[in-house]
Design a protein around this ligand. Structure first.
Ligand code: MG
Length: 383
């Protein structure tokens, strides 16, 4: 069997580590050809030793720190400038987009245009430019198999069904780390309070987004773009056990659901081996032990980010890119203790309201909106 050659963008983060763990289990099926990271030289060095990638990209000023790790210097590349060229190379079959943030947009689009299989865990690129990415995928025939657990669930529930029979999707949300904390306390929450997620262990940005429910809001927009749905077809339901990862409802009233333990290695492995389902080292679900699954209506007043994201999804054009950029800046300011928790969404909302939308935007329009929104959010934070 010919090995699948895998590029992992963001190999030292949570999704990257889990992807390498899947690959570690099936060395006869996969070969790592590209690893990229920004700053985590220590972890990257270990990964290079274990997986012997053909190429590595990281921040230009860190490259010298990887000397002597066994890879000649001609195999090192600059993560800021070289990713788009690297992912479209002949030695890549699958691109796992494990890096967070808007920086993933260019390499994502480049991989899609080159007709690679793309497994995105990153939602920012699809939120910013989902229509452009999906149009490019239709043109090149690139297959996009999402890794984000909710989108993976929807993808799986659509398999073998006719798309025209789909009525709506139900995105499940665990409720995040604040679900059981009274909203009167939200203004005094510390970074540590917010980073304590009850179900999923993830990076800092996405955990803060789970606390505001902005993560779910971004997923509403992501699902809409990925699966060609209207905003009204995407519903959110709070499901604290996080066992059902999302559902698809069909015209006849039947609902298909994908269930599983909360471990990202399952959707990652599925995206890498699709359409095969190989065994994992994980214990299956203990249905009897679980006893019951519960569902609740999301409280849009307590979590205004969700209402804002629905508004943004309907608006379309450059507005989702503005939402995404303002959120990245505001979350970073919160993590650096420059603003309070409740200010995150307030700032994002102000930036979205101040933006003059461009409908049917080009990639340049989207990038311009992204830059504008970051500057606007920073100005509001400083003010
Ligand atoms: Mg998710």
């Amino acid at each position: 069997m010919k090995k699948k050659r895998v590029a992992i963008l963001g190999s030292t983060g949570s999704i990257g580590l889990n992807t390498l763990d899947v690959i570690r289990r099936y060395p006869d099926r996969f070969e790592v050809t590209l690893l990229t990271a920004r700053n985590n030289v220590t972890v990257l060095r270990e990964q290079i030793k274990e997986f012997s990638p053909r190429k590595v990209a990281l921040s230009g000023d860190k490259i010298s720190q990887l000397r002597g790790c066994g890879l000649p210097s001609s195999r090192f590349f600059d993560v800021e400038n070289d990713l788009s060229g690297l992912v479209s190379g002949k030695d890549v079959d699958v691109v796992v987009i494990a890096m967070t943030g808007a920086a993933a947009l260019k390499p994502f689009l480049s991989a899609v245009k080159a007709g690679k299989a793309v497994a995105p865990a990153n939602k920012e690129a699809l939120v910013m430019a989902g229509d452009i990415i999906m149009a490019a995928a239709r043109k090149s025939g690139a297959r996009i198999i999402p890794v984000d657990s909710e989108q993976s669930a929807i993808f799986q529930c659509l398999e073998g069904q006719r798309r025209c029979d789909l009525a709506k999707v139900h995105l499940t949300a665990s409720g995040g780390p604040l679900w059981n904390i009274p909203s009167a306390r939200y203004d005094n929450l510390t970074v540590a309070d917010v980073l304590r997620h009850p179900r999923w262990s993830m990076g800092a940005k996405i955990t803060v987004d789970s606390a505001t429910l902005m993560n779910k809001g971004l997923e509403v927009i992501e699902a809409q773009r990925l699966f060609g749905l209207t905003t009204e077809q995407v519903h959110v339901v709070i499901h604290p056990q996080a066992i059902i990862h999302s559902m698809v409802e069909y015209g006849d009233g039947s609902i298909m659901a994908q269930l599983g333990v909360t471990d990202m290695r399952i959707p990652i492995q599925y995206a890498l081996t699709y359409p095969e389902r190989l065994s994992t080292a994980m214990k299956g679900l203990d249905l009897v032990g679980l006893g019951a699954l519960t569902f609740l209506k999301p409280d849009m007043k307590r979590f205004p980010a969700l209402a804002l994201a629905y508004h943004v999804s309907r608006e379309g054009g450059t507005v989702p890119a503005v939402l995404n950029a303002a959120d990245e800046v505001a979350v970073e300011a919160f993590l650096l203790k420059k603003i309070k928790f409740l200010s995150i969404v307030r700032i994002v909302e102000k930036v979205v309201k101040a933006h003059e939308k461009v409908g049917m935007p080009s990639l340049e329009d989207i990038q311009r909106a992204d830059v504008w929104a970051r500057a606007k959010a920073l100005a509001l934070i400083k003010g």
